[in-house]
Design a binder for this molecule. Structure first.
Ligand code: ADP
Ligand code: MG
Length: 313
């Protein structure tokens, strides 16, 4: 393994799984093949060492996170995975063991979520490791779901509890004494993109977003794009058992879990008569005329949430 081309041939070529579109990585670009009457849905997410993953993160954990967070964006649009481009900037020549762990994890996820690598870019950087994936999916024409379709009266659905990834990151950083629960660590390291809901989302959701920055921040994005407000009611559906337990023990508060981010569950705006089509999802509130998000506790009191979620700058 000498230069970048040997790395590509040995480690990245197998990620194409022999698909013709990738042309065995012998060409300057991939040639994609979109099924008739479908549209291509494209999204890019970058992970930088120290910002999106801990500097000492394992190669396999970085790989899972990079591909899964991208797949979550496809899920939020109601799209089905097709292929992805992988761009990596290495601060120094990567070790064989790192590349093996990284590509093995990508291949596992490729098989689980039915996607292949169509190409990418391999570079060096005077800085920290940076991994950027551009994921591509397909939807039947005009069936992609956007953030802008929510209507007053729609129910607000959450596809699974939030806050576990926030707790998992805290636990990994050693900031939660005696809390090392494999479930929450997995929620942070290996989120599950909700691609299983693609058909229901295409058919029934008015709007959708995946929760990467925090439930409140991402709900605000739907509200702003749709020109509506939303009201969230505190209840059991919001947090996992671990989350509830830590709140009871006073070790985290609900606001942290609602704004922590990295959840990769989906928030959906769904008309009331279609709520039953989203198995496992729970109603956590509704969209209303107006703007902004209010959160009410069990007693109906409005919570004052000062910090809504993650932002880079
Ligand atoms: P060019 O110099 O023409 O941009 P490259 O040398 O960057 O081409 O890439 C050669 C081939 O290898 C291309 O098909 C590209 O898609 C593929 N490739 C490069 N890096 C990666 C990577 N990290 N993962 C997958 N494919 C890659
Ligand atoms: Mg290139």
């Amino acid at each position: 393994m000498t230069g970048e081309f040997d790395i590509i041939a040995e480690f990245f070529l197998p990620l194409t799984q022999g698909r013709g579109e990738a042309g065995a990585l012998q060409d300057d670009a991939a040639i994609l093949n979109i099924p008739e009457n479908h549209e291509l849905i494209v999204s890019t997410d970058t992970l930088n060492a120290g910002t999106h993953f801990l500097e000492d993160a394992q190669a396999r954990d970085i790989a899972h996170k990079a591909l899964r967070t991208n797949l979550s964006d496809l899920a939020a649009m109601g799209a089905k995975p097709y292929c992805y481009q992988l761009s990596i900037a290495f601060p120094e020549k990567p070790e064989r063991k790192w590349l093996e762990g990284f590509t093995r994890a990508l291949l596992e996820d490729q098989k689980e979520f039915d996607i292949f690598c169509s190409g990418g870019d391999t570079t060096s950087i005077k800085g920290a490791l940076s991994i950027s994936i551009t994921v591509m999916g397909v939807v039947p024409k005009a069936c992609a779901v956007k953030r802008s379709g929510a209507k007053a009266g729609d129910k607000l659905l959450l596809t699974g509890p939030v806050g576990d990834a926030y707790i998992g990151l805290k636990a990994l950083r050693g900031a939660l004494d005696n809390c090392f629960n494999a479930g929450v660590v997995k929620a942070y390291l290996k989120p599950v993109p909700r691609l299983d809901l693609a058909d229901a989302i295409q058919a029934h959701a008015h709007a959708a977003i995946d929760i990467s920055d925090g439930l409140i921040a991402d709900l605000l994005h739907i509200c702003a794009a749709s020109g509506v407000g939303a009201c969230v009611e505190m209840g059991d559906a919001l947090f996992s058992k671990s989350g509830h337990k830590l709140i009871e023990e006073g070790r985290v508060n609900a606001e942290e879990l609602l704004t922590g981010g990295d959840d990769y569950q989906l928030l959906l705006a769904v008309p009331e008569d279609a709520v039953g089509q989203f198995s496992g999802a729970q109603i956590i509130g509704e969209f209303i005329e107006g703007a902004g998000v209010t959160v009410k506790d069990e007693a109906g009191e409005i919570l004052d949430i000062k910090h809504t979620g993650w932002s880079h700058f």
